[in-house]
Design a binder for this molecule. Structure first.
Ligand SMILES: C[S@@+](CC[C@H](N)C(=O)[O-])C[C@H]1O[C@@H](n2cnc3c(N)ncnc32)[C@H](O)[C@@H]1O
Length: 329
């Protein structure tokens, strides 16, 4: 088990497959990109599967989510999914993606064993999309979403970040659009993980703002069982159901006390939190010949260093060295 000193157990693994991306979302990556990891620094497909196997078979991980950077840019993605789906016990497998290229790969990913997908999309308007992502790929994302649904990935969730002055008035339009297509929309509060270190709490669109905006057009009732558990999204029933909308209030209502996550970066470093300032190197140990038990022991030891919370509210909060795209969102 991956038990920390606050009694939490990590069962949900986020694996970044690349730090590269084909979008340049202003809140995630600089316009010119970043200094990408060199190929030898990246875990190979074999190494990714080995570490997932250690997590699943020795450490109690039950959920594996592939992310990045943009995971669809990883040539070996379908094979990685297939090999992870063959593990016993079989983990639940999901993908967080910008959806570009999903049109071509959704069916293969589904056949390989992918269970569900989260596609990030902040707007229904192609021009606003261009302003946020600095790329003209809105139509590709829409086609990717439709293909995911057609391939039977279930649920298809859409992740949206609202930014002041860019898309902050779009919450109701996004929800109407998602409801019509059967996608489950989740808003995520913008976190201080931008490369410019320009995030300011005063300017951010909060969960409260988002809910108030949605309520101008929809009736929202908190989900019956109130079962947030370790799930970061609080969910509301839309207009009496069956549709739901989620809000992930990572900044204003953090879920650290119930956190069940552990992370592996594309270069094989364990991170216990998005905001962690320390990483533990599994790639070095793996390449030096460590066996599975030693890798598991290192992962357990790293988990003991997991902090109580993200530290966002501490007066001395310092943003992590790597931005979101390089950590793996
Ligand atoms: C870093 S991306 C990686 C996976 C993939 N490229 C995608 O677009 O989903 C994962 C998620 O992180 C979100 N994200 C990136 N930077 C963020 C920030 N500063 N605050 C909140 N969410 C952020 C993105 O909107 C996206 O939904």
């Amino acid at each position: 088990m991956l038990l920390d000193t606050f009694g939490r157990t990590a069962t949900d693994l986020r694996v970044s497959l690349t730090d590269r991306c084909n979008l340049r979302c202003t809140y995630c990556m600089p316009e010119e990109g970043l200094a990408w990891l060199a190929k030898p620094e990246l875990l190979t497909d074999e190494e990714v599967v080995r570490l997932v196997r250690v997590a699943v078979t020795r450490l109690g991980v039950t959920e594996v989510r592939f992310t990045g950077g943009e995971p669809l840019l990883r040539p070996g993605l379908v094979g990685i999914v297939e090999r992870c789906a063959a593990l016993a016990p079989r983990p639940r497998l999901s993908l967080t993606t910008n959806g570009i290229g999903l049109e071509r790969t959704a069916a293969a990913l589904r056949s390989a064993g992918l269970d569900r997908v989260n596609v990030s999309l902040d707007t229904t308007d192609p021009e606003t999309f261009h302003r946020i992502t600095r790329r003209r790929r809105h139509a590709d994302v829409l086609r990717g979403l439709a293909a995911a649904k057609a391939a039977g990935l279930d649920p298809v969730k859409v992740n949206a970040v609202l930014l002041p002055g860019l898309n902050d008035t779009e919450a109701p339009a996004l929800l109407a659009w998602a409801v019509e297509r059967g996608y489950e929309l989740r808003f995520i509060e913008q976190m201080p993980l931008d490369p410019q270190h320009g995030w300011q709490r005063e300017g951010m669109i909060t969960a409260g703002d988002i809910l108030a905006s949605l309520r101008t057009r929809f009736s929202l009732t908190p989900e019956e069982d109130g079962e947030r558990g370790s799930a970061p999204a609080e969910r509301w029933v839309v207009d009496g159901g069956p549709h739901r909308v989620g809000v992930i209030a990572s900044v204003t209502r953090p879920f650290c006390r119930a956190c069940d996550r552990t992370r592996l970066t594309a270069d094989g470093q364990v991170r216990t939190c998005l905001f962690a300032r320390e990483e533990s190197d599994l790639r070095g140990a793996l390449r030096a010949g460590a066996d599975d038990e030693e890798l598991a022991a290192r992962w357990r030891a790293a988990t003991l260093g997991k902090k109580a919370g993200s530290g966002l509210d501490d007066p001395g909060f310092v943003q992590p060295r790597r931005p979101m795209s390089a950590i793996g969102g």
